[in-house]
Each structure stands twice: as C-alpha cells, then as structure tokens.
Design a protein around this ligand. Structure first.
Ligand code: HEM
Length: 378
C-alpha cells in the first residue's frame, strides 16, 4: 500500500507533508468557494437589486474571509517546507520555469487581502452595486489565479526533462497541460462541501454564544419564521451540489490521466484511499440529508461532518501523491530525505511548537470567555 513502497525517511516526510497539506486545503476551500459565493451574490444584486444583501451567509462570509485567507496562507507554510524536502528538484525547476508568473502569487494575494477588507468595511453597502460587483469578482479572480498557479506549477513539476526543456526554450509565461483544467475543477468543486460545513459550524457556534448572525436554526420539516431556516436549506443545497460535483469532476479528471497513472490509481495499493474517500463523501451526504430532513444541527452532527471531511480530503491527498509518484521517481531523492532527517533542531522546534500552541489556545479561551460573558465582537 502507498506509501510503504518507500524507505522510512521518505515515508516520514510524506506523512508530514500530507497531514499539513490537509490543514492548508480546508481553509483554502473556504476562501475559494466563499469568494465564489460572494461574487455570485454581488453579480445577482447588480442584475436584480439588493434583495439578498442581508442574508446571514453573506454577512458571515464578508466578516470572516480576511481571517480565513490569513489561516490559509499560514497553514500553507508547513507543507511548502516539506514539499521542498521531498521533491526538491522538480519543485524548484517548475518554480524557476514559471518565474514571473509564479512570483505574481505574492502581489495578487496582497491585493486580495486589501479587497477583502474593503468588502468587509462598514461603508460597503454605500458603494454602487457595480463597484461591489467589481470588488467581489476581483477577489474571486485573485484566488482563482493563485489556485491555477499552484496546479500549473504542480503539473509542470511532474513532467519529464524533455517538457521542461521545451517550456524553457519557448520562454512562455504559461504552461499548458491537458490535465490542468480538469484537475483545477476537482479542487474548485470540492471546495463547496467544505465551505458549507464550515459555515454550518460557524452559525451553530455563533448561536451557542448569541453572537454573529445566528439566532436558532429553523426546523426545515416545519417551516417557521426563523431567519435561519432558508439559510440552512441553502447550506444543504450547496453541500449536495458540491458533493455530486466532486464525484463528477473526480471521474472526469481520471479520464484525462495517462493510462499508467490511471492503472496506479485503481490498483490494490490505492484501494484503502478510494475506500476512505468514498466513506467520507457518502458520510457527508448522509449527514446533510439528516440535517435537511430533521432541521436539527447539534455538536455531534458537526463533529461527524468534520470527521467525514477530513477522511475525504485526507484520502484525496493520498491519491494525489500516488498520481505524482507515478511520474516522479521519489525514491531517487532518498539521499536528500535521509540527510534531512539527520539535521538537528528538533528541540528548538518543539519549544516553539509548545509556546505557539499555548499562545493560540490562550487567545481562543480568552475570546470564548469574553463571548460567554456577553461581550460582542462588533
Ligand atoms: C488563497 C490562496 C491559495 C489558494 C486558493 C491555493 C490553492 C491551492 C491549490 C488548488 C492547490 C492544489 C494544487 C494541485 O494539486 O493541483 C494548492 C496546493 C498547495 N498550496 Fe496553496 N493556495 C493558496 C495559497 C497558498 C500559499 C500562500 C502557499 C504557500 C505559502 C500555498 C502552498 C501550497 C502548497 C505547498 C501546495 C502543495 C503543492 C504541491 O504539492 O505541488 N498555497 N494550493
């Protein structure tokens, strides 16, 4: 079973890379799907008037997107480091070949940050609808560009030397790959169920402490006047569409892969990942159906949803590495992996890990206490 075909040093870094990449993917899904949602609403308002402006999901997203982007970027640093240990040569080569395009990620993310704060500002509703539409679609454009760049870089890094030579000789700013769009579609569509679950959790959590927009979650079975009943319905639809779309996008991407890669992804080595991914997807579908039918959201439902999402995303991360190692000879970099395990610093790392985790926990507890005591974040 993958990754046990490799030596222990390689497995060690693969595990750290995969686990930390999941931590990046979850908030990344929130910003990617969340910015799509906000851009869609802004365009709707431009065309049809401001009837949807006060919907709780929109306010929630506008409020939390800058924070979510901060978490996305911070959580991306760890997998970036492990990636460089694992795939040093292909990763750096792809970076260098895409050079200006690749470096553009940084200014684009800075612009996205500013636009997100503009979107969250108190004066937001005073802007003309076309300005709001430009800002919200601009944010989506920034995130789509970054996601596309990561996929482009990833694919270029998996290609053989001949392709790198061609890209270098062509001096092109863009790398065209038949896998690019189908692969990006998998990431994009798969972001929506994660966004739906995250917002469900936020509303539930807010309701617990009487903050944000949550009042009570309305019962869908008995339509009432709770402002959150339609909201909950929207979340269920978002999740169902995202889950069905993920399956379609995943199968579509599979068809674009070369035959040896396909064979690897359906070989018995991949079965555990395929099994866990299926359980994760079906588990989410079942839980959303339960929420839809009962209108009931409790901590248990949300914890189970989180578990199912981690299963699906974690298994997808494993399959993603199986796809990469089908064309990149990871075993060839064993020397670097072994050398990396011998580099010291574990003591310093552990001290900072404890100090930082303690600091973050203290902040979360302080905020919880403040909210429980009736303080409002507004
Ligand atoms: C909103 C901003 C971002 C978005 C939308 C985004 C999106 C993505 C996507 C779609 C992938 C998967 C690429 C693929 O497998 O085809 C990815 C992978 C990754 N991202 Fe991000 N990303 C963002 C910001 C960042 C930042 C700032 C960093 C670094 C500090 C980063 C580090 C990584 C790493 C290390 C990977 C794995 C790449 C690989 O294995 O080849 N991401 N990201």
């Amino acid at each position: 079973m993958f990754p046990f075909e490799f030596e222990p040093a390689t497995i060690f870094y693969l595990f750290l890379y995969g686990a930390t990449l999941v931590l990046h993917v979850l908030p990344m899904n929130y910003v990617l799907a969340g910015s799509t949602y906000l851009a869609g609403i802004a365009l709707w308002e431009l065309a049809r008037g401001p009837s949807l402006a006060q919907r709780p999901l929109v306010e929630l997203l506008r409020d939390w997107m800058p924070f979510a982007l901060g978490v996305t970027i911070t959580a991306a640093v760890a997998p970036l480091l492990f990636l460089q240990v694992l795939y040093q040569r292909p990763f750096y080569t792809a970076n260098l070949l895409l050079f200006h395009r690749w470096m553009a990620i940084l200014p684009v993310l800075i612009v996205a940050f500013y636009l997100l704060y503009l979107q969250k500002s108190h004066g937001w509703h005073k802007f003309a609808p076309w300005v709001r539409a430009c800002v919200s679609t601009g944010i989506l454009g920034c995130f789509a560009f970054v996601a596309w760049s990561w996929t482009e870089n990833h694919l270029l890094s998996t290609r053989p030397l001949e392709v790198w030579k061609q890209v270098y000789a062509s001096s092109d700013w863009f790398y065209h790959d038949p896998e690019l769009m189908p692969r990006l579609a998998v990431w994009y569509v798969g972001a929506f169920p994660v966004l739906a679950a995250a917002m469900l959790w936020q509303l539930w959590w807010g309701g617990q402490f009487g903050t944000t927009t949550a009042v009570t979650i309305g019962n869908l079975a008995q339509p009432d006047h709770s402002p959150l009943a339609p909201t909950l319905r929207s979340l269920c639809i978002l999740a169902f569409v995202g889950l069905a779309g993920s399956v379609v996008a995943g199968l579509g991407y599979f068809l674009f892969l070369d035959e040896p890669v396909r064979a690897r992804l359906i070989s018995s080595r991949a079965w555990p990942y395929l099994g866990v991914a299926s359980v994760g997807l079906l588990g989410q579908a079942w839980l959303w159906r339960y929420v839809w039918k009962s209108g009931c959201v409790c901590g248990g439902t949300i914890a189970s949803l989180a578990g199912a999402i981690v299963m699906a995303v974690g298994a997808a991360t494993g399959l993603r590495e199986m796809r990469r190692t089908a064309t990149v000879d990871l075993a060839a970099y064993l020397e670097q992996h072994t050398a990396a395990t011998k580099i010291g610093g574990i003591g310093v790392f552990l001290v900072f890990a404890v100090v930082c985790t303690g600091g973050i926990t203290a902040v979360v507890l302080a905020v919880r206490r403040g909210l429980a005591a009736g303080n409002s974040p507004k």
